[in-house]
Design a protein around this ligand. Sequence first.
Ligand SMILES: [Fe+2]
Length: 197
Amino acid sequence: MPTNPYQALHKAIRHRLFAVGSQLGWTDFADANAVEELRRQFAGLCMFLEHHGEEEDSKIHPVLARLGPELLESMQEQHEEIDAELTELKAAFGQTTPDTAHAYYLRFLRFAAAYVLHTDDEERRVWPVLSALATPEELATMNDEDYGKSSPEGLGMMLGRVFPVLNPPERAEILGEIEAQVPPAFYAKVLENAGEQ
Ligand SMILES: [Fe+2]
């Protein structure tokens, strides 16, 4: 079975969506420090989602264009809807007050639910087509991560966020890929930074 390029990242995304949704639920919007902490977590999630969408568009969708054009069309539509709603959620965050906090919470959770269903479509409808029909080269491109391009600090931070939601074989697989690509000193620094999260 080829490596599913969606699996680990989608687990991490669902975890962050639920975490930020919960934080929105318990944040007092009259407390500036609590709102600032929430804003930081929300901004991190937005960056994660935006980067992830761009990666899927550039690495997975060109393969899907060949193997499942109708599926591609539906995934592109979903990406556009997600992007549009995320842009609006970002704009509305700064306007949220104690009076509108619950409405914002509900809107965010509706977005999170749609996002989870989107990842379900990708893993249950798109991945079976890709894993059955893509060439070994296409599968390699979809899973291609150039770890050497990141800093050990950035990579360690990403791992620190992703690892808590992965099972041991998934963690071992990612670590093995990183270790194979970067010098030992770089790898040691990545582990150090991942442990600090
Ligand atoms: Fe996607």
